[in-house]
Ligand binder design. Structure first.
Ligand SMILES: Cc1cc2nc3c(=O)[nH]c(=O)nc-3n(C[C@H](O)[C@H](O)[C@H](O)COP(=O)(O)OP(=O)(O)OC[C@H]3O[C@@H](n4cnc5c(N)ncnc54)[C@H](O)[C@@H]3O)c2cc1C
Ligand code: SF4
Length: 590
């Protein structure tokens, strides 16, 4: 088979025409799997629906600069790489009895080579040991939550640890695991992080001061951001446009410039972008995927084949591709147990300016509100609620902030204090003077929270769009209420003149960007869709390498765990029985 002429964009080895593995999606999970497989000599085809902001990514030598810039209009307002909700909408409802409505942001991610991690804050903490056995821990503590589907993962933290170490080495994770800013809640690790920690943002210093006064433990969050030259990439210059933006300097160790680039440079990998996968075609037995259909940039249907097929399109899209292909599972778990992290956002207004225009997006956090003891192995009994890491942030985008100043609340505020709009922009209380605490609360898995196909709404390709049915559980709502006064106390201790919380509206779809579940892993088809590595129980050559396989969501940012699991899955394909044998980065680093 030769490469179809109508495919508009290809990276890597364009002469490959037979593939051992086909990967759907080039994000954190797909790129990590591509790296391991291509390094082992497998011929890999990656199909990516999105655009390519990394021209020349497959050239050896110096990595060319990408098409990103510190431009709010281009990135945040014109959605340079985001999925366009007009062309590819999603629908949302809170319960089965409602008719789902199209909404512009049902947790949309980006559509680009390298996936959403390219524009993320690349906060890359590990989960902790108790996260992998949460059902047992809750049960032992006598905590029962009717309607939830907590289960233990079919693997332990210890089993994943070498893959975490490898993911940190490949991505270039910076942080502090020893010293003054140490995190007592960190799990055990076999190697130190490859890079020294980020310089603290000013807002982080201010909030850390308040946190320490209250006995909390602020620390330098692990982030895949170069604090010094690493892996041929430049160090960060604290440009201020980090989370939500691609890095113009390639200082973020995102999948595109780390694992994907490595895969492309082996000569064993070909990536076709603008390739929107619409269906997996199976053989007569229904157990083998024999080809994958996709729509190219010209709207033409194309087909590709490989011995193994790996879904890594992010959980909502991976589940949708299964539904579009008529795939079901014996246990009825497909698309269910969706989790998003319940974000509680506390805002403090300070007299002084907090200088969010310099720095990354977040350098410091506390894990005290996770509800887990030091070492991360056991639940705290004194605080009976599990929430998550609390990020110390601020506002760094003046144009977005100015637009926010046109909201009725801000206009009302200006009228009340007799302030002109111009003065409001100069003083910018909701920009230059705000500190923001974002708590990433654990979101309880529930079978009723699910993705399926909307019966009426179709996308630009004529395909049924994903429909999300989702309602929060008291598990995360009560945790949020429990920690809110403590967040307010922290803001006050740091010097905030006053603080408030962003209101929660259950009618608005969750938009945390941490999308997990739907293809959960487990020990048997009765309790899960995939096995302990991510292979579909009911199919012989189909796998999942994105957050779909997560059993529970923890209270930590998920992407490092997605990468570690994808490395482990690919390792198991290449080296069954000893997947860790394929790990090379950490051991080469010495
Ligand atoms: C602003 C922002 C900040 C974030 N900050 C953090 C953070 O600091 N830390 C953290 O851990 N996480 C963060 N996240 C979340 C993080 O980006 C995701 O966890 C991560 O990208 C998930 O990786 P993935 O490979 O599963 O999915 P994705 O990154 O979404 O990759 C999936 C890829 O598949 C492609 N695709 C989808 N459908 C198809 C199809 N039908 N055919 C072909 N290709 C398809 C998509 O275009 C995409 O490139 C953030 C996200 C955003 C948006
Ligand atoms: S803050 Fe640093 S890592 Fe983030 S986009 Fe700017 S230069 Fe890149």
């Amino acid at each position: 088979m030769s490469l179809p002429a109508s495919v508009s964009g290809v990276l890597g080895n364009t002469s490959l025409d037979r593939f051992d593995a086909l990967i759907v999606g080039s994000g954190a999970g797909g790129s990590a799997a591509a790296h391991v497989l291509a390094a082992a000599g497998w011929k890999v085809l990656v199909l990516e629906a999105g655009v390519n902001p990394f021209p020349g990514l497959d050239h050896s030598g110096h990595i060319p600069w990408p098409l990103f810039s510190n431009d709010e209009i281009k990135n945040a307002l014109r959605h340079f790489v985001y999925q366009d909700p007009l062309l590819e909408p999603r629908t949302f409802r809170q319960s089965e009895s409602e008719t789902a409505q199209a909404h512009p942001d049902v947790n949309i991610l980006t559509r680009n080579v390298g996936g959403a991690a390219v524009i993320s804050g690349v906060a890359y903490p590990r989960f902790t040991p108790v996260d992998f056995r949460m059902a047992s821990a809750l049960s032992a503590a006598g905590r029962n939550y009717p309607g939830t589907s907590f289960a233990d993962w079919p693997l332990s933290y210890e089993e994943l640890e070498p893959f975490y170490t490898e993911a940190e080495c490949l991505s270039g994770v910076a942080g502090d695991t020893t010293g003054e800013d140490d995190n007592p809640f960190a799990p055990p690790r076999s190697r130190p992080l490859p890079l020294p920690p980020q310089p603290p943002m000013y807002v982080a210093r201010v909030l850390a001061h308040g946190a320490k006064q209250l006995g909390y433990h602020p620390y330098n969050l692990e982030s895949a951001i170069n604090t010094q030259p690493y892996d041929g990439r430049s160090p960060c210059v604290s440009c201020g446009f980090c989370s939500g933006y691609g890095c113009p300097r390639n200082a973020k160790g995102s999948p595109a410039v780390t694992t994907l680039r490595r895969a492309l440079l082996t000569g064993n990998c070909q990536l076709r972008y603008h390739a929107h996968v619409s269906r997996l075609v199976r053989d007569g037995s229904g157990r083998r995927v024999v080809s994958v259909e996709y729509i190219d940039d010209n709207g033409q249907m194309q087909s590709a084949a490989a011995d193994h097929v790996i879904l890594a399109a992010s959980p909502i899209e991976s589940a949708r591709i299964c539904w579009l292909s008529g795939i079901t599972d014996a246990g009825g778990h497909l698309g269910r147990h969706m989790m998003f992290h319940f974000q509680t956002t506390g805002v403090g207004i300070f007299k002084q300016r907090l200088h969010g225009e310099r720095g990354r997006s977040v350098t410091h956090v506390i894990s005290d509100f996770r509800g887990v003891k030091a070492g991360g192995a056991e639940l705290r009994s004194d605080w009976p609620h599990l929430a998550g890491v609390v990020e110390f942030g601020t506002s760094s985008q003046p144009i977005i902030a100015a637009r926010e100043s046109l909201r009725p609340e801000a206009v009302g505020f200006a009228r009340l204090f007799n302030v002109s709009f111009k003065q409001l922009l100069v003083e910018s209380p909701f920009h230059a003077h705000i500190a923001v605490l974002i708590m990433q609360g654990e979101d309880a898995p529930q079978p009723a929270n699910r993705v399926d196909l909307d019966p009426t709404v179709r996308d630009v390709f004529g395909l049924p769009v994903p429909r999300l049915t989702y309602r929060n559980h008291a598990f995360e709502l009560n945790a949020s209420e429990f920690y809110k006064p403590k967040m307010l106390e922290l803001l006050e201790a740091a010097g905030a003149a006053y603080g408030f919380f962003q209101p929660f509206d259950p009618a608005v779809p969750p938009a945390s960007r941490h999308i997990l579940g739907g293809l959960r892993m487990g020990t048997s088809p009765a309790d899960s869709v995939c096995d302990r590595f991510g292979k579909f129980h009911d199919l012989d050559n189909l796998y999942c390498a994105d957050g779909g396989v997560f059993v529970t969501g923890s209270g930590y940012n998920p992407t490092l765990t997605i990468i570690a699991l994808a490395l482990r899955l690919a390792g198991a394909l290449v080296s069954p029985g000893s997947p860790e044998h394929v790990l090379g980065c950490a051991s080469a680093a010495g």
